[in-house]
Ligand binder design. Structure first.
Ligand code: ATP
Ligand code: MG
Length: 328
């Protein structure tokens, strides 16, 4: 099998992920939380793993997701969107006795957010190793693990089984450590996360996540530690400051595209999906970083977590418009 710097190419099989599918419902005004009636907009399809896999699909990458929704409009809204965009939805369980997970979100004046989550006790919290999940895993060429998914009780063993099978057939693994330690579902989740961290070929941290993953609070030392542990590529996301790629061979820093930020939710997920998919298609780290930066920037200009996912044609048009703006 051919690989690009440790990342399995597309021929080996689809990119898969495991985790929460949610609807997101947003306050239309800025302020504090939800303790008074107010105008809301939604439901929007959401959940970090779902946003990630939708972006892979939009780029024409083969992909699928292992997840669970209720047999309700919130669940079907997500399934229909993912399917229309080209993702394999065969391993999304539709649970008749559960309600689809949700996140209500309101932005505060300072850009931080108040959430009301319903994940662990919703359908999303009942992700299980079904026959359809086993079948998808057995065909996969790459496993992407979202740290946020460890909020689901019992997900640890499913992730570890997928890791074993995908690695066993020569596939690769990436990790977005967007995890809140307090959301980890007990010792099992924490152990599984450590195992994924030890095996991941590509890491996609942002901010403090890099230091948490490495256990060192200095960027260069953290990168050195993680590369020595076996990751072949680390991409550090820096919001409106852009992003950097680190590998044993090189370091590439790129500024972000200049856009007006309307809704930052989903930027990291679209960025990561784009970087990974470009690498699996054989693009260089530099080309992949450019497309990923464009995907992250485009996402923040659109309201709704999954509304900013985009195709290569849209990314090329966006990059061309940015460049003509800079040259005029
Ligand atoms: P998330 O909130 O989805 O978890 P994250 O922290 O994982 O996000 P960010 O660093 O916020 O990731 O965003 C990912 C990428 O998206 C950035 O590296 C950058 O390329 C792009 N991006 C994010 N915010 C902006 C912005 N305001 N302007 C331009 N590009 C942006
Ligand atoms: Mg993130």
């Amino acid at each position: 099998m051919s690989t690009v710097s440790g990342i399995a190419d597309e021929a080996l099989g689809p990119t898969i992920t495991i985790g929460e599918i949610l609807v997101e419902i947003m306050a239309t005004t800025i302020g504090e939380g939800f303790r008074a009636p107010q105008t809301l907009i939604g439901p929007f399809p959401s959940g970090a793993p779902a946003i990630f896999i939708d972006q892979v699909a939009k780029l024409g990458g083969a992909c699928g997701i292992i997840a669970a929704v209720g047999d309700d409009d919130f669940g079907w809204l997500n399934i229909q969107r993912l399917e229309a965009d080209g993702a394999d939805v065969s391993a999304i369980a539709v649970l008749p006795d559960q309600t689809t997970g949700s996140a209500f979100v309101r932005y505060r004046e300072d850009g931080s957010r108040d959430f009301v989550f319903n994940i662990a006790r919703s359908a999303a919290g009942h992700v299980a190793m079904t026959e359809a999940a086993k079948s998808l895993i057995s065909r996969a060429g790459h496993l992407h693990v979202m740290g946020s998914a460890f909020a689901i009780p019992g997900i640890g063993p499913i992730v570890l089984e997928a890791l074993r099978v995908v690695k066993g057939r020569g596939g690769s693994v990436s990790l977005d450590p967007n995890v809140r330690k307090e959301l980890l579902s007990g010792g099992q989740g924490s152990e599984a996360l450590d195992a994924v961290l030890a095996e991941a070929d590509l890491l996609l941290p942002s901010g403090e996540e890099l230091f948490m993953a490495a256990g060192v609070a200095d960027e260069n030392k953290a990168i050195e530690t993680l590369l020595a542990r076996g990751a072949t590529e680390i991409v550090v996301k820096r919001g409106e400051e852009g992003a950097s790629v680190f590998s044993v061979q090189e370091r590439i820093d790129r500024a972000a595209f200049v856009v007006e930020e309307l809704d930052p939710t989903g930027a990291g997920d679209c960025f990561g999906a784009t970087y990974l998919t470009c690498r699996r298609k054989g693009l260089t780290a530099e080309q992949s970083l450019r497309y990923a930066n464009a995907a992250g920037a485009l996402t923040v200009t659109r309201r709704g977590p999954m509304e900013g996912t985009c195709s290569f044609a849209e990314l090329d048009a966006f990059i061309a418009s940015q460049e003509s703006r800079n040259n005029s």
